[in-house]
Design a protein around this ligand. Structure first.
Ligand code: KIV
Length: 276
């Protein structure tokens, strides 16, 4: 079977998939890239049809879905369980899956195997790995295995205990070295978390691959947020860099209160919701 498209037109109902090449072209054309987290089928379907370019099955699921205090407890099997749903739902978006702790910290072969499981067992397209210069050999090994890697520099939530908390990252030289090393190792994109605006700009100027910021200011190729934060489906602390575009928690609470009330007052179920 040939994998070359012989110029046959694509079926009209199939959206064109976002790929690493699309993102590179978007950077070149100055078109901002949108990225959000997704952990389940209906959310991924909604975000995909809304036109979000990249979905991230982030290890943030440990915090926003599983209710843990850090991203550390989520396992590779749990990531794959969620990635499988998101990968099936996404028709246009590219889907990137986080390598959870410690899959990106132990032996390099273990990282390659974990990354291969993402492509083998889900319909997702790439992995994300925390780290820059010190992860260059690992990034290179995963890319050599045919698996696209997004590098994650700046604040690294998996290192929260080494850092003693979640802090704004200001070491310009180290951050630039991390991003450049990640690009040289073959990363198709660099995600930058929690740095001052001017460092976000400097990193973007220093690399030629797209950069995606979260708390990295506007001078990057695109933006990512945790969806639960962005839609207000979160009871905890919201970092300064989050903009809330909806209040889903309030909507759910209101709907549940209305439901309880309707049951108590005998308004539900009515004739309309009952069988003859
Ligand atoms: O896990 C995640 O959701 C992330 C984002 C914070 C970028 O890595």
């Amino acid at each position: 079977m040939s994998h070359i498209n012989n110029g046959n037109p694509r079926p009209a109902n199939l959206p064109r998939r976002v790929t690493t090449k699309t993102l590179q072209k978007m950077r070149g054309d100055g078109i901002a890239i949108s990225m959000l987290t997704a952990y389940d089928y209906p959310t991924a379907e909604a975000l995909d049809s809304a036109g979000v370019d990249v979905l991230l099955v982030g290890d943030s699921l440990a915090m926003v879905v599983q209710g843990h205090e850090t991203t550390l407890p989520v396992t590779m099997d749990q990531m794959l369980y969620h990635a499988e749903m998101v990968g099936r739902a996404a028709k246009r978006s590219m889907v990137v899956v986080d390598l959870p702790f410690p899959e990106g910290q132990l032996e390099i072969n273990r990282s390659v195997e974990a990354s291969a499981r993402v492509l083998k067992e889900t319909k997702c397209h790439a992995v994300k790995l925390e780290g820059g210069a010190e992860q260059a050999n690992r990034i290179e090994a995963i890319v050599t295995a045919g698996i696209p890697v997004m590098a994650h520099v700046g604040l690294r939530p998996q290192s929260v205990h080494v850092e003693g908390g979640y802090r704004i990252q200001r070491q310009t030289e180290q951050l630039l070295a991390d991003a450049i090393a990640a690009e040289q190792a073959g990363a198709f994109c660099v995600l930058i978390e929690c740095v001052p605006t001017e460092i976000g700009r400097a990193i973007t100027d220093a690399v030629s691959v797209p950069t995606i910021g979260i708390g990295a200011g506007p001078h990057v190729s695109g933006q990512v947020l945790v969806t639960h934060d962005m839609i207000g489906f979160n009871s905890g602390y919201l970092p300064k860099f989050v903009k809330q575009f909806a209040d889903v928690r309030d909507a759910i609470t209101q709907a549940a209160q209305d439901y309880c009330q309707a049951i108590r007052t005998g308004q539900f179920p009515s004739k309309e919701e009952s069988f003859e």
